[in-house]
Design a protein. Structure first.
Length: 58
């Protein structure tokens, strides 16, 4: 698979997971910068025509 150009690095596709969910991969650079880990809980909120993903606070 060819690498994306640097300016297109944040363009992602949605993938179907089962019958009722859609998945999205996040750029590893952003995940590392936020110090997020695999299986970490996050909060997804709809805002206008976009979404906000934040760390889940207990």
């Amino acid at each position: 698979m060819a690498r994306r150009k640097l300016e297109n690095n944040n363009i992602r596709k949605l993938s179907r997971i089962g019958n009722k969910s859609i998945g999205l991969t996040l750029p590893i650079e952003i995940v590392r910068e936020l110090k997020w880990r695999e299986k970490q809980k996050v909060v997804v909120k709809k805002r206008g025509k976009g979404i906000i993903i934040t760390d889940w606070k207990k």
